[in-house]
Write a protein of this length. Structure first.
Length: 305
């Protein structure tokens, strides 16, 4: 899809939504099951990717809880690197396909998949297997490689980032689904739900100069997924985020699902063999009111397949 086609699609979405003031207003008018009936987080271990996802999404209320009929959905996996999925640097293409199919089955009108890649974007989309998997499942794979795709958003509560260029799909879609992969990171220590949002902004290079942990937390103010589904199958424990020939892996065989991405990262830290306190951006995001970092305060459904 080229730039002109992408903007035409976004304009069409805006026309459909013209009667409502914001995306949140549109969602409030739609019928969504009450969240109180479901656990806040599901952690699924064992089985293959497809069964793991099916059991996990059912445990937290089904995709229809998050994707109303007629919604436009943006799916944000990690497609950052020009490497095959077996290296654990990018999100499982099978998982992305399952999410796309589930969103369409729930009644989504359109599903987009995108990421602001670190390596050359078209090579990343292809090598990761995500481009083909997403298209085969019925999604539109959207580019994110040019600044023209981003709009400036003010972060009034941000501690170190006051403004960020956020991808148009994040701003225009009714529902954002965050699909990170759990792995190590040289700067942040761990890549998970919050860190994955750096692929939804343009000026992420600025994050490192301003303090990476605080900047990761700040961007959570502007990019708020309705659902996060963390891929913790083959976890890159060292050498991330791209991986090296000496990277060490753990076959965790897990999936973590929640509307609270801070809680997802707190749970991911345990899978990573640590605690949330080891990764300062988690506590910083919690302090900004983005989510809950203390897992004892989270209603968790644990499934073993």
């Amino acid at each position: 899809m080229n730039r002109r086609e992408f903007l035409e699609r976004i304009a069409a979405l805006a026309a459909v939504a013209a009667a409502a003031a914001t995306g949140a207003d549109r969602l409030l008018a739609l019928s969504i099951p009450a969240a109180a009936a479901f656990p806040q987080l599901a952690a699924v271990k064992g089985g293959d990717v497809s069964r793991r996802f099916a059991e996990g999404i059912a445990a937290i209320g089904g995709m229809g809880r998050f994707v109303p009929k007629g919604a436009i959905v943006a799916v944000k996996p990690n497609i950052g690197w020009d490497v095959p999925p077996e290296l654990g640097a990018t999100t499982s293409p099978r998982l992305v396909a399952e999410i796309v199919r589930a969103a369409l089955a729930a009644g989504a009108r359109k599903v987009y998949v995108f990421d602001h890649s670190c390596d050359e974007w078209s090579a990343c989309y292809r090598s990761s297997g995500i481009e083909k998997a997403a298209r085969d499942a019925g999604a539109t794979v959207a580019p994110a490689n040019a600044q023209a795709y981003y709009q400036n958003v003010d972060l009034r509560k941000g501690k170190v980032i006051s403004q960020a260029g956020v991808h148009e799909l994040v701003l225009e879609a009714d529902v954002l689904i965050n699909v990170p992969i759990l792995k190590s990171h040289g700067g942040a220590g761990m890549t998970g739900a919050l860190k994955n949002l750096m692929g939804a902004v343009w000026d992420r290079g600025d994050f490192h100069s301003r303090g990476l942990d605080a900047a990761i937390a700040d961007i959570g103010l502007a990019v708020r997924p309705a659902l996060t589904i963390l891929d913790a199958d083959r976890v890159m424990m060292t050498g991330g985020p791209r991986g090296t020939t000496r990277s060490r892996y753990a076959d965790a065989g897990m999936l973590i699902l929640s509307p609270d991405m801070v809680a997802v990262d707190a749970a991911a830290a345990k899978v990573f063999g640590s605690e949330a306190a080891a990764f300062p951006y988690i506590a910083k995001a919690a302090a900004l009111g983005i989510g809950v970092a203390e897992l004892e305060r989270v209603d968790i459904k644990r499934l073993s397949l």
